[in-house]
Write a protein that binds this ligand. Sequence first.
Ligand SMILES: Nc1nc2c(c(=O)[nH]1)N[C@H]1C(S)=C(S)[C@@H](COP(=O)(O)OP(=O)(O)OC[C@H]3O[C@@H](n4cnc5c(N)ncnc54)[C@H](O)[C@@H]3O)O[C@H]1N2
Ligand code: MOO
Length: 403
Amino acid sequence: MALMPVDEALTRILDGAAPSANTEILPLAEGGGRVLARDLLALRTQPPFAASAMDGYAVRASEAVTGAKLRLQGESAAGHGFDAPLAPASTIRIFTGAPVPEGADTVLIQEDTERLDDGLVLVMQAPEAGRNIRPAGVDFTEGRTGLARGRVLDAGAITLAAAMNHAELPIIRKPRVAILATGDELRLPGQTLGPGQIIASNTFGIAALARGAGADVIDLGIAADRLDALDEALDTALAHEVDVLVTIGGASVGDHDLVQKALTGRGMALDFWKIAMRPGKPLMSGNLGKLRVLGLPGNPASSLVCAHLFLEPLIARLAGRPDPDRKRTARLGNDLPENDQRQDYLRGDLEIDAEGRLFAIPSAQQDSSLMTVFADARCLIIRPPFAPAARAGSICEVLVLRP
Ligand SMILES: Nc1nc2c(c(=O)[nH]1)N[C@H]1C(S)=C(S)[C@@H](COP(=O)(O)OP(=O)(O)OC[C@H]3O[C@@H](n4cnc5c(N)ncnc54)[C@H](O)[C@@H]3O)O[C@H]1N2
Ligand code: MOO
């Protein structure tokens, strides 16, 4: 059977993936990092009045010529305006953010003035007419769309939402992802290992990746290599109404690789199994009603590479976030041999040379069990199927894992 190309596998996994129509209303303070479910309109105008941009004196430009002496009439501070119009040949002391009094058209910064003893202010340097005034509504006006649906609420967006006077925000519900490790040999970190046992490690990396991509994660723990144990874990996933079930391990052809059998036995429609990729060949995708199932291989590097390639973009789509942007062009740091039919994702380092060029250096060891190598890697170097031998310095594509 021909193995499915990576791009086609991704297209099929993302097919129909869209954010939940269920939104939640969250207090503004809890909106950071989440995604807006609807356009957000300004509930007010900012600034609501013409405001001073500097500490100084509100003047009429026509009167504030160099050498003029203006009578100090009063003061306008932020939060406390001055409630009379500017009188002829006068000035009103004003501070940054304070309303510009009626009749004034310019703010003269205090560095360009001198206070005289007799209640007069000397204009040492005439201001340009209209300087240092922020007109009403210069930032936004009531009713205008300030933030669009789908905006990830970073610091700037949250601040604008607050300034527009929103105390609560409509937020896209996070997709729910359940993660199930499978294998008789697995124990949790911290446990004492018996003969033949190892620690279930990649569950934790994949949970962190899923959370970082915008999901709520439910850890289903470890299921033994028995149909009834896998069945029970599936019941738990269904009871939690998760959007995606990620299984880890048991995906290959061994006598104890039962994940696919357990799931199809429960009605999962298998979309595909096995793709033209290394590491990660035995990736499985299917769905059980609304539940999407992604079966990752057990080898830690294989499962993490598949999670970056398929789970991260799937969660982004379900969360209403932009697709991950990890692809960069680099130059190979070493010669590489020709590739076979599987698209390779070589763990590698990234370096920038003195001319600012990005180099990707493949790690010497590429076995998919090696977590020391994966944790060290800054990138995955993509080698397309049947790529000819490549020389050091030639252009390649990489997925950046960390800066
Ligand atoms: N005859 C064949 N054998 C294998 C093939 C094949 O095509 N024909 N494919 C190989 C490839 S490629 C991969 S990848 C693995 C995938 O195997 P499984 O998904 O069935 O994974 P397991 O057998 O359950 O485990 C593989 C390996 O990883 C360890 N493991 C499993 N889960 C975890 C976990 N949560 N944390 C850490 N380590 C885990 C497990 O102990 C095994 O050592 O199959 C090849 N075989
Ligand atoms: O694809 Mo397996 O992931 O080569 O180790």
